[in-house]
Design a protein around this ligand. Structure first.
Ligand code: PLP
Length: 464
């Protein structure tokens, strides 16, 4: 596949991948439980997909398409699995950037999770959802002064500091307001992890955190410790996303614990908290094989214990921050099929009524997704397809390679799996498309948790 960009953006379909065409699945109607939300099935009579006991045709009729449909029980069960797997002594915080709505933040907090936010917007949603301020962690590489003031005034549980300016600002704000926020210091470990691969470098060419390699992290700790209005608790590291393997965490933890040892030697302070961030992978397609949460938890705990023991340090309280791992698999996007275009000898382009405005991950990260015909089953032969949106952009691709039945027709419903994380939250109004709503389903009942936008919403912003 050509990855060469031209001035108008990447060109697609000009070079076929070496493995083209991929093999069709054995059964086009099958719903692999590792990929689809847990309460997804096919109606035994109509063959239509049901989620949380509801027929997708009714959901589409009632809420319109495109629509994000979220299986509440799936989200809650995943929260419980993280909490149980990591056990006492580990805080599990949901990373709200993956998808931030009041309903979801209520579900996750009811299941015992804390919440990570990284802007005033996310903080506002969390506070208005009734999330206890002390269970909120505030992130961000460029927190505005107003955000720092708001977080301190709200009594946010932890603030993860990310720059020297911020240490000074936060200390000043805390001093003025008579608060003493708990502070974690974000450290750049030089480890970058993705799926099974990770890269460990000695340099840190990125905007987040204090570099370990340059000594900035040591200096940042010195400065935090001189500020009486800051309560230094420990260190934070986030190494990547969609990680299947604990090896990257091992290298990162090793480097962070080395810093903890230096802090102990220089200041006589043992860190009491260590936040290893998020990034735990999920299955988007048949090719993905994420580890189960229990084995991941076991590995991470063992890594931290071993590193602390080797360094002669007491074990800090551990925090993890899954976003995708909680919300990603719970949600599908329902689209209605529009035009179907056979590009001879290559594939069939299936256009749907959304696109890169509701799922930019394919264009942005070359992400892979699984989709099926959802409104019925079909015994027609497989047709190599590409699901595309309706935006004025040839890179407007939702599912790059998939097989759909050859009798697919306009008006059919398609479902794309595992769209709970970083789809709605990265959604845009490109080409003035109103953003889809999010519908929560549970035990045969559906309710909108994020209302679908209308053209009037968009016009209301246009005050010129
Ligand atoms: C600091 C931090 N924590 C947690 C996360 C959540 O990552 P994921 O959704 O991959 O679990 C991110 C994602 O970018 C992050 O930057």
């Amino acid at each position: 596949m050509s990855r060469v960009a031209h001035p108008a953006g990447p060109r697609y379909a000009d070079v076929l991948p070496a493995d083209h065409p991929p093999a069709p699945p054995a059964d086009l109607n099958a719903l692999n439980p590792a990929i689809w939300p847990r309460n997804t099935a096919r109606d035994t009579i109509s063959g239509a997909m049901t989620i949380g006991g509801l027929d997708v045709r009714e959901l589409a009729g009632g809420f319109g398409t495109p629509a994000f449909v979220t299986d509440e029980r799936d989200v809650r069960e995943r929260c419980r699995e993280y909490v149980e797997a990591f056990g006492g002594g580990t805080r599990v915080c949901y990373a709200a950037k993956a998808f931030c709505s009041r309903a979801v933040l209520r579900w996750v907090t009811e299941e015992g999770l804390g919440v990570d936010v990284c802007t005033d917007g996310e903080l506002t949603v969390a506070l208005s959802a009734g999330v206890a301020p002390e269970s909120i962690t505030m992130h961000g590489n460029n927190k505005l002064l107003s955000e720092i003031e708001r977080a301190a005034a709200a009594g946010v549980g932890h603030i993860v500091v990310d720059s020297f300016e911020e240490i000074a600002r936060l200390a000043h704000v805390a001093g003025q307001s008579g608060t003493r926020p708990k502070v974690l210091l974000r450290v750049t470990t030089g480890v970058e992890a993705h799926t099974h691969e990770f890269m460990a470098t000695a340099h840190d060419d990125q905007k987040f955190g204090f570099s370990l390699a340059s000594g900035a992290a040591d200096e940042a700790v010195r400065r935090v410790l001189t500020m009486p209005s800051l309560d230094f608790k420990g260190l934070h590291s986030h190494i990547g996303s969609q990680i299947f393997d604990a090896a990257g965490f091992e290298v990162a933890a090793h480097r962070v614990i080395e810093l903890a040892s230096r802090i102990h030697a220089e200041h006589g302070v043992a860190i009491s908290e260590l936040d290893l961030g998020g990034g735990f992978g999920i299955a988007y397609t048949e090719d993905d094989d994420p580890p189960d949460v229990r084995s991941l938890a076991k590995s991470l705990r063992a890594i931290v214990s071993a590193q602390c023991e080797a360094a002669g340090l007491p074990e800090p309280e551990l925090t993890i921050e899954p976003g995708r791992g909680i919300i990603g698999p719970s949600t599908v996007t329902l689209y209605e099929v529009g035009t179907i275009k056979d590009v001879d000898g290559l594939r069939t382009y299936v256009s749907v009524d959304g696109g890169m405005s509701d799922n930019v991950r394919t264009a942005l990260y070359d992400a892979s997704y699984t989709c099926v015909l959802a409104s019925r089953t079909s015994e027609a032969p497989p047709m190599l397809s590409r699901v595309v949106g309706r935006h004025c952009e040839s890179g407007d691709i939702v599912v790059r390679h998939c097989y759909l039945p050859a009798d697919l027709a306009p008006g059919d419903l398609l479902a794309v799996a595992a769209t709970g994380a970083y789809c709605w939250s990265l959604a845009s109004n490109y080409n003035h498309l109103p953003r889809p709503g999010v519908v929560a389903v549970r035990d045969g009942a559906a309710r909108a948790i994020v209302r679908r936008e209308t053209l009037d919403d968009l016009l209301a912003l246009d005050v010129g």
